[in-house]
Design a protein around this ligand. Structure first.
Ligand SMILES: Cc1cc2nc3c(=O)[nH]c(=O)nc-3n(C[C@H](O)[C@H](O)[C@H](O)COP(=O)(O)O)c2cc1C
Length: 321
């Protein structure tokens, strides 16, 4: 069955992950052109929006009305969330009309960065059920009254802060809360101490799905159509969120949607890089994104030219920890 996210009907069930330093508007377009059904900005600190921090606001780079785009926020509590959403709405009506292109809001409960956990945000909130409920309800209430064209609100979780929380299955009560308030839940099947090289626990996605009345999107180690088939079979997930697979090759979405190979030809790669550069320039993408993708395209090219080692490893990012 086709994936639905609230009122949104993505063209495919394959969602581009929010990725810090990676997911700028030009990269989102490239992935969408290859078949991604929905895309997200990198995670954005709600407090920076409330404080009108210029460089935080620049991360809401939803300039491209064609590419379905949501904003991912991380928050410490429901007051901060409500204030940030009100600010987004006010700016959409005045100085930032492109905020009207945002059609979904996601909350991050997965970032393992010590700075995020220290302020009590991200995965630190997973076991705080009353707080989570208040945050989910604030998001729902805003969705019901906002003048922005928001089709879906949801959250992306990990399986816990650490192994103990995973064993306690702190992720299970979250779907009960989400069933009543959110339009979907993304489950990244690792706890926050796990590295991306660690095997995800997909069985937890199946446990969540078994209790879900909303779509569940599985995340973790989907690199090929065969992985997606297995994820769907083993967990019943309604869709897959893809991060490193898309960094490795945005054409993964072409393969997942059955429209062609997961690797580009040389000509496709050249055209995509030129397209990325032109759009990133036109939209004023920050240098951190442009530098990341220069390196990404270089690695893809090295792979096509038969230098697998140069093409396989990935630049480091703290989210991979
Ligand atoms: C470079 C990079 C940046 C990331 N930034 C974010 C982020 O901003 N928000 C988020 O929820 N997850 C972020 N993640 C985690 C991914 O969304 C995803 O959950 C994780 O990589 C597992 O998916 P994968 O196996 O397809 O890579 C990031 C991952 C990477 C590799």
């Amino acid at each position: 069955m086709a994936l639905r996210l609230g009122a949104l009907a993505p063209a495919s069930p394959f969602i581009l992950s929010p990725m810090e330093g990676v997911s700028d508007a030009a990269f989102r377009r490239l992935c969408w052109e290859q078949g991604a059904g929905f895309t997200w900005t990198e995670m954005i600190r709600a407090r920076g929006i409330v404080r009108n921090n210029k460089s935080t606001l620049e991360l809401v780079d939803s300039f491209d009305p064609e590419v379905p785009t949501g904003v991912q926020l991380f928050v410490v509590n429901e007051e901060e969330l409500t204030a940030a959403l009100a600010r987004i709405e006010a700016l959409a009506d005045t100085t930032h009309p492109h905020f009207r292109n945002v059609t979904a809001v996601d909350l991050n409960f997965g970032c393992p960065s010590p700075e995020v956990i220290r302020v009590g945000a991200g995965p630190a909130l997973l076991k705080r059920r009353a707080k989570l409920r208040a945050i989910f309800e604030a998001l729902r209430a805003w969705k019901e009254t906002t003048s922005l064209p928001i089709g879906a609100v949801g959250a992306k979780i990990r399986l816990g802060l650490n192994r103990m929380e995973l064993d306690q299955k702190v992720y299970l009560p979250i779907i009960e809360l989400a069933n009543d308030t959110l339009d979907y839940l993304v489950v990244h099947a690792r706890h926050a101490r796990q590295q991306s090289a660690d095997k995800p626990t997909w069985s937890a996605i199946a446990e969540v799905k078994a209790r879900a009345r909303i779509p569940v999107i599985g995340n973790g180690d989907v690199f090929s159509p065969a992985d997606w088939e297995r994820l769907r079979r083993e967990t019943g997930a309604d869709g897959a969120m893809i991060a490193r697979g898309a960094i490795r090759s945005p054409w993964i979405f072409r393969a997942l949607t059955g429209r062609g190979p997961g690797e580009p030809t040389r000509a496709e790669l050249d055209a995509a890089q030129a397209g990325y550069d032109a759009l990133a320039t036109r939209l004023g993408s920050k240098e951190k994104f442009r530098a990341w993708h220069r390196e990404g395209f270089r690695r893809m090219r090295a792979r096509l030219e038969g230098q697998p080692e140069a093409g396989e490893a990935m630049p480091h990012n703290e989210h991979m920890a």
